[in-house]
Design a protein around this ligand. Structure first.
Ligand code: 8YV
Length: 310
């Protein structure tokens, strides 16, 4: 008998096919009633942003494993998974490049007004009107909040653009060629651009607040490729409206998939629908890890990329 699993977020068709071949898959959409099959569910495949709502986990007495198609575990109650001895796996390592690439793309697109230039050309305004000048990227001062794998990959790329890189994280990582700044507000004050690459969750909730945003200032650019919860979104909107912050380029939001209308209506805000890891190459590798972790679990073998118990 195939084990039954819950699919909380769609995955690539190739990956879903492998899941449907190996398991009885129950695809889930918000609001679905899972009561009929809930007692049989032994595994979950989900995304980093989606995680597993506690209300769903509580309906699954036979749950053994949650395989996250992403690196973030902030949307999963890890105290509860540990208490119930539910294994959790992620796709650690696989998506670092893509997320760092998108951070650099957002910086370039924002400073160089790529979207406005594209619209201008598409609307055949070239030769008729003048586009305002954009802003230079090379040589800027870049602050990175969170110096894990993704923060480091952002730093390496930024150095290719001759940027001076500083960072704030829990501790001084003793890294070469980048400067540790013990205060986040001070880091923002010293930076032209602040990239958020810290993990989400209660420990980092709203750490990027009014004070940090205003320290970044009217010429500053905020880039978020981590979690919307790290930024106080209401304070961000206020800072942008009051021109106390220059620009924002955001891949993540506090209440996804909702993006506040105020942000959507601002010319100095560039948004993406949480797609930093959404390339064909990476999503295939991520999906393969989800498939392989589930297979290892149900074969009684060691997991490939488990989240270590705390
Ligand atoms: C993905 C993410 O978009 O890795 C994460 O934690 O949030 C992203 O890479 C997501 O996991 C797919 O839903």
């Amino acid at each position: 008998m195939k084990p039954e699993i819950l699919l909380l977020e769609p995955m690539m068709s190739e990956i879903e096919k492998e899941l449907y071949d190996a398991y009885v898959v129950h695809p889930y959409q918000s609001g679905d009633d899972i009561a009929k099959f809930a007692p049989q569910i032994r595994g979950i495949a989900t995304g980093g942003g989606t995680g597993v709502p506690r209300a769903i986990m509580d309906q699954l007495p036979a749950l053994e494993i949650i395989a996250v198609n992403g690196v973030g575990t902030d949307a999963i109650d890890l105290v509860e998974t540990q208490r119930r001895n539910i294994a959790v796996t992620t796709t650690a390592g696989v998506l670092t490049d893509d997320v760092a690439d998108l951070a650099l793309a957002l910086i370039l697109a924002s400073l160089r007004d790529i979207v406005a230039g594209d619209e201008f050309a598409h609307k055949k305004l070239w030769g008729k009107e003048t586009l305002p000048l954009s802003r230079k990227m090379s040589g800027k001062k870049l602050g990175i909040f969170g110096m894990g794998n993704i923060g480091r990959a952002v730093a390496r790329r930024a150095q290719g653009f001759d940027m001076r890189v500083s960072y704030n994280s829990r501790k001084d990582e003793g890294l070469k060629d980048v400067t540790y700044v013990p205060s986040l507000t001070e880091l923002a004050r010293q930076s032209d651009i602040l990239v958020i690459s810290v993990s989400g969750g209660p420990a980092t909730r709203h750490l990027v607040n009014q004070e940090v945003l205003e320290a970044l200032g009217p010429k500053g650019l905020l880039v978020n490729i981590s979690r919307g919860t790290v930024v106080d979104e209401a304070a961000l909107i206020e800072a942008l409206k009051a021109k106390k912050l220059g620009w924002a380029a955001l891949d993540v939001f506090e209440n996804e998939p909702h993006i506040p209308d105020e942000l959507l209506g601002m010319q100095n805000v560039l948004v993406q629908p949480h797609r930093a890891s959404a390339t064909i190459e990476t999503r295939l590798q991520m999906g393969k890890l989800v498939v392989d972790n589930l297979a290892a679990h149900f074969a009684g073998k060691p997991l490939l990329t488990p989240v270590p118990a705390k």
